[in-house]
Design a protein around this ligand. Sequence first.
Ligand SMILES: [Zn+2]
Length: 128
Amino acid sequence: MTKVGVVEDAAGERLPRCRWCRRVLPPSAKTGRRRQFCRQACRQWDWVARQRARELELSETDLVVARSELDALRDDLYVLACAVDDARRDLAAPGKRSERELRELLDWLLDAAEPLHNREIARPNVPT
Ligand SMILES: [Zn+2]
């Protein structure tokens, strides 16, 4: 099973991830520089975000996020946390679970996790 937050290959090596979207990068060509981005759009958004950070005099560790984006992320995390709590409570209750009950529990958890699985952080606002 995959450790939470760590992406490794079958040999346990940490896989390089895109600097912008954090997806696992496809294997690099044998020659040339190591890839930092999964696609050209990620390279561009990372560049735009760094330009904006420079304009706003942010440090490397500071980040500006739209409130609506952060609220949506918090909402999805809250839904997942509630589903995890429900699943833990159901599994801790005495008695044996049928295959159908376990399947429903798993579907409930997957439905709660799906929005986070598919989430993309919106691209930065570009001043006009
Ligand atoms: Zn990417």
